[in-house]
Design a protein around this ligand. Structure first.
Ligand code: AMP
Length: 114
């Protein structure tokens, strides 16, 4: 049985996804269960399970993911604002153990997020 993460399978084109952007470090896909009119996932090609397990040497990659999230928000026309979320662990609402940055927009977000 493959021990690849779901997102590795998407990166390797073994599972289809709505791919919005890709570079040497990450891929950006449409979330399959969108929680806002725009809901993208920015996913590093290097598998880091969650931000809580990132290493100091991952700093540049983590920064890159945020800058790509920023660029995607601009590309999607989210001039009114957007929200970036990283869920970490069971209490954080993480369901896929492969780090990913949610980019949500197209509606006003609530706070606290629930
Ligand atoms: P999280 O709960 O933070 O781990 O986020 C995982 C996200 O992956 C959820 O928002 C899911 O809707 C999304 N997701 C799960 N399977 C797929 C898939 N095959 N393609 C795109 N997004 C997915």
């Amino acid at each position: 049985m493959s021990d690849k993460t779901l997102f590795q399978k998407i990166i390797d084109r073994e599972i289809p996804a709505g791919i919005e952007f890709e570079d040497d470090q990450c891929i950006v896909i449409q979330d399959i269960n969108p929680q806002a009119p725009t809901h993208l996932l920015v996913i590093p090609k290097q598998v880091i399970a969650r931000v809580g397990e990132a290493a100091p040497e991952d700093a540049a990659l983590l920064g890159h993911l945020l800058l790509v999230a920023r660029d995607m928000a601009k590309k999607m026309g989210l001039e009114e604002g957007f929200r970036i979320i990283i869920n970490n662990g069971p209490h954080g609402g993480e369901t896929v153990p492969h780090l990913h940055v949610h980019v949500l927009g197209g509606r006003a977000m609530l706070w606290p997020p629930g």
